[in-house]
Write a protein of this length. Sequence first.
Length: 250
Amino acid sequence: MINVKGKWALITGASRGVGYQTAIFMAKQGCNLILHSRNLEHTQKVEEEVKSFGIDAYCVQAELANHEEVVAMLDEIEAKGTPVDILFNNAAVQIAYRTDYYNTPVEDFEMSFRINFISIATICNRLIPKMMERGFGRIINTTSGIKNEPEQSGYAASKAALDKFTKDLASRLDGTDVIISLTDPGWCRTDLGGPQATSPVESVIPGIAVGAFVDDNKSGRFLHAQNFVGMTLDEAVVKATKIEATPYSI
């Protein structure tokens, strides 16, 4: 199992929900954190909390729908000289629930893809080559189990694109110590999931983060957080390594 103490992790959408849970959990493991949100004010309290565990942390901001802001965020991290060892692409948006789904506005697709896919591809394409140069990296991309719901087609399609992108990258990273995985938090009571969701947001720990700790050079795993509920981190890592890693063949 990887020891993340002293490593640096970038968490998008760290101010609340699954991102917040991930930040607290990683801080408890001794991991330094870069906390992303749309506005620095949103993560100020989180920064104070995670620093109480004796780690280093700082906040960055970017509206993920704005490509220029995403690039500026990455430029800022690079200018600080921070080596991003672990990347949690958690932030996402669910635009609307369209009962008249045959008339889904094109804007639903455009915004969903900008935030849920293009921003993640931009971040991955910037950070993964540097991970490869240093010989270590972990990338955990958050997907969704939504299916058979054209009412949410913009969101679902953007996550399907992310799945494909991740699997394709996995085929090139497999066998290296830069490991990319997909994770699904399940239907959780968050601002995105809503109050009717079946699981408390706290249930995502440790499964949402287990991809950061696997150490077998296998990329392409799908790690459903709800399958690790109640486990210790050690137990979760053992279970994760038994899950088949399935990158697409090249």
